[in-house]
Design a protein around this ligand. Structure first.
Ligand code: SF4
Length: 363
């Protein structure tokens, strides 16, 4: 079978007594008749199986700074080859990537790329990691895992940018191939997840706890703050206290700014003061590395030693400045470890964003 063009067989599904087939990848558990697609649009029933229709096809490739994922404690300053496919298993009304995640046109999947070719091109371009992003890799997990396997041959790391909305068994398999992740914790209320995203909060918390307790995956959290929806002091207090109690103080959190998009055009953009307030609450509750994002704020985008307050990594948007870490990742003022995956020197990719056309490279 040509895996890059045919519908790809999957394994997390089962037949129901009423003749439908249930997909078990995420807590939506879509129950499908012949020919139907799941809510994510890229997994559908073909015969008595669930197949993935986006295997080997991408909506585009781009080299980004790793800080853009955002990951501030994973190989800082290095370039990451980023790609996504189409569809999503949540239905967030504020989606900031809706042209891809809500795409019902497979034509948007312009670039065909086998895992081997992708890994080779990433290596040729000097990328240190591959990011499964733009839309959620949970729904194209078979493709992402095969790319991750190919990348390992070249020493290229794999980064999942995900909402973490996933069932137990697929979660275990998927993250066994990942080296790092940024997990969207969209809010800290079931009402928000249900009303605004069409999902539930608990499976996301389960993913975070799983990553912390049962894997070596380096992960950071992002919460997009939407005025009036998930930015109240009590919610931010509860969210950050939960993180410290359940994941520990060393998991970085990024509070990022919303801009009106998709079905939430009547909300105002997030002011910087909200991001600064959220960061202050996080630090007060014991989070060691809290960041502001999507807005210019050098202070809120930089990394400080939690012990002595020394500026460890200065950031101006995605450009690194001051570097006060020792070669093995300790504060060079007081010797306290900074949590994360660091090398002796930071990368020098800077803030560049470079689109990549896969078809220009040999198969
Ligand atoms: S992965 Fe897609 S098809 Fe499967 S349960 Fe989730 S939304 Fe439905």
């Amino acid at each position: 079978m040509n895996k890059t063009t045919d519908f790809y067989p999957t394994k997390y599904w089962h037949l129901l007594d009423d003749g439908r087939v249930q997909c078990d990848v995420c807590p939506r558990f879509c129950k499908l008749h012949e020919g139907q697609q799941g809510l994510c649009f890229v997994r559908g029933r073909h015969g008595d199986q669930i197949r993935l229709t986006s295997y080997g096809r991408s909506s585009g490739f781009c080299i980004d700074p790793i800080e853009k994922k955002p990951l501030n404690h994973f190989l800082p300053g290095t370039p990451v080859l980023s790609f996504g496919t189409a569809g999503c298993n949540l239905a967030c009304k504020f989606c900031q990537n809706w042209d891809m995640s809500k795409s019902r046109e497979m034509d948007t999947l312009a670039d065909e790329a086998s895992p081997l070719k992708l890994a080779r091109v990433a290596h040729e371009l000097g990328c240190r990691s591959m990011a499964y992003t733009y839309n959620d890799p949970v729904i194209f997990m078979e493709y992402a895992m095969d790319v991750a396997i190919a990348c390992r041959e070249y020493g290229i790391k794999s980064v999942a940018v995900t909402a973490g909305y996933m069932s137990d068994e697929p979660r275990r398999e998927f993250f066994s191939y990942m080296d790092a992740a940024n997990v969207d914790l969209k809010a800290f209320s079931e009402a928000f997840y249900w009303k605004i995203c069409g999902g539930h909060l608990q499976p996301v918390l389960d993913t975070l706890i799983y990553l912390k307790r049962e894997t070596q995956v380096w992960f950071e959290i992002t919460t997009l703050l939407i005025p009036g929806e998930n930015d109240s002091d009590p919610e931010l207090e509860a969210l950050t206290q939960w993180v410290v109690e359940n994941l520990g103080p060393e998991v970085p959190i990024h509070f990022t700014a919303f801009h009106p998009d998709w079905k939430m055009l009547n909300h105002s953009p997030t002011p910087l003061s909200t991001l600064i307030r959220a960061r202050r609450i996080a630090i007060k509750n014991g989070i060691r590395y809290a960041y502001t994002g999507n807005m210019h704020d050098e202070k809120g985008g930089s990394t400080y030693c939690h012990q002595c307050g020394q500026l460890l990594i200065g950031r101006d948007w995605y450009t690194l400045g001051v570097w006060n870490l020792t070669a093995d990742g300790f504060c060079n003022a007081c010797g306290t470890a900074c949590a994360g995956v660091f090398e002796a020197k930071p990368g020098t990719w800077g803030a560049r964003r470079r689109p990549v056309r896969l078809r220009q490279y040999a198969d």
